[in-house]
Ligand binder design. Structure first.
Ligand SMILES: O=C(O)c1cc(=O)[nH]c(=O)n1[C@@H]1O[C@H](COP(=O)(O)O)[C@@H](O)[C@H]1O
Length: 225
């Protein structure tokens, strides 16, 4: 079984980021580089981490704009050869179709549905009524119609999404081992629960990167899977 853990490398400085992936590369399946890292270090930083880790790179850019702009951004990152890229499902079907058409062959394009930092009260304040589960299922349908590879959702919804989209690729963040601080995450489950419910990739950041011993933390999580 390949290791489903992708380390969320939300570390602002390049040298500590490289040192961390070098230590962890035998205990994770890939590295997720997000907005914090990409805005600070751009293409050069992505190459550095790919080289230091030798692992698949998940470029978490959460693109959300008009179709033409998102397609252009997708083309601009071909050179980085990411294994996975995120866009926002709420950008709509045409945006998702054009993003997938512009992606490099073999790059999985997945749509963020409802951020794991939000709960139903937050949803209501943005004008969305109903449950988080329904919202995620609705956006998952749209992403599937648009020809995407899968979605990003919390571990609360991944079981239901997996039932309706059997061969989908499901990225689950908002993961915390039993008893760990949730911080800004609101829809949280354990890595094991997400895996059991059909997650393809487990995105884990602070429970590993901020641990006193990140290698031990990653090994302990892996042992629960
Ligand atoms: O797209 C993501 O990866 C993502 C979507 C989401 O709904 N929630 C979410 O936390 N993430 C990312 O997953 C990572 C979670 O980090 P930790 O909370 O430190 O484990 C961060 O890099 C977030 O940007």
């Amino acid at each position: 079984m390949t290791n489903p853990i992708y380390l969320a490398l939300d570390v602002p400085q390049i040298d500590p980021a490289k040192a961390l992936v070098e230590k962890l590369k035998g205990h994770i399946g890939g590295v997720k580089l997000g907005l914090e890292f990409f805005c600070a270090h751009g293409h050069h930083g992505v190459h550095e981490i790919a080289h230091a880790s030798g692992l698949p790179i998940f470029l978490d850019l959460k693109l959300h704009d008009i179709p033409n702009t998102v397609a252009g951004a997708m083309q601009a990152i071909h050179v980085l050869e990411p294994a996975i890229v995120t866009i926002h499902a709420s950008g709509g079907r045409a945006m998702m179709e054009d993003a997938k058409a512009a992606a490099a062959d073999g790059c999985k394009v997945v749509a963020v549905t409802m951020l794991t930092s939000l709960d139903e009260r937050d949803m209501a304040r943005t004008g969305l009524s109903g449950s988080a589960n329904d919202q995620v299922l609705r956006l998952a349908d749209l992403a599937q119609e648009a020809g995407l590879d899968g979605i990003v959702c919390s571990g609360h919804e991944v079981g239901a999404v997996h039932k309706q989209w059997k061969d989908g690729f499901f990225v689950v963040p908002g993961l915390r081992p039993e008893g760990k601080a949730t911080g800004d995450q609101k829809r949280v489950v354990t890595p094991r629960a997400a895996r059991d419910d059909g997650a393809s990739v487990l995105v884990i950041g602070r429970p590993i990167s901020k641990a006193v011993d990140p290698v031990m933390a990653a090994r302990e999580i892996e042992a629960t899977l």
